[in-house]
Design a protein. Structure first.
Length: 168
């Protein structure tokens, strides 16, 4: 069974349902209460790659320091909260990884897969992405280094080239 995910004006997919963990819709996330945020979904993209995907339809300009810094903080929190929740589930710190996490994510050998944080901004020009990527990479440097994570900020065109969006 395949699924598509409509988010921020983009249609992600089609993916095999068993390759997607809808962390934002998961029972455990919903039970965490206030002051906890998460990314859109986690995807087994290739046999050796897991993507933690966040999507937005716009972003403030870096010149608008207060709005830009607040935006970067929001995305940072979504990634870090999601990683905390995801790996605490995988490590069974919150009990059984719950019935809404597909089997692959419960049983995979995490030493053998690449894990990448992927931020997709719909409608952005490529040249607008660098300041966002730099600011987020700086905030996430501890997590990127500690967990040996990949990290990339892309626009809708690059997401399409990467095979993440449903072809029309």
């Amino acid at each position: 069974m395949s699924v598509t995910i409509s988010e921020s004006g983009m249609l992600f997919g089609e993916y095999e349902k068993s390759n997607v963990f809808f962390i934002e819709e998961s029972f455990v996330y919903k039970s965490m209460g206030d002051n906890f945020c998460t990314i859109e979904f986690i995807l087994r993209h290739k046999s050796d790659e897991i993507l933690l995907i966040e999507a937005k339809s716009s972003s403030p300009k870096p010149g608008n320091k207060e709005d830009f810094d607040s935006f970067i903080d929001e995305i940072y929190q979504k990634f870090t909260h999601s990683m905390d929740l995801y790996f605490s589930l995988v490590l069974k710190r919150l009990g059984d990884p719950n019935n809404d996490m597909p089997e692959y994510f419960k049983t995979t050998d995490y030493s053998a897969v690449k894990i990448k944080l992927l931020f997709v901004i719909n409608g952005h020009k490529i040249e607008w992405l660098a300041p966002i990527a730099d600011a987020l990479r700086d905030k996430l440097k501890r997590q990127i280094k500690t967990w040996d994570l990949g990290f990339v900020v892309i626009n809708h065109e690059q997401a399409n080239e990467y095979g993440l969006l449903k072809q029309k």
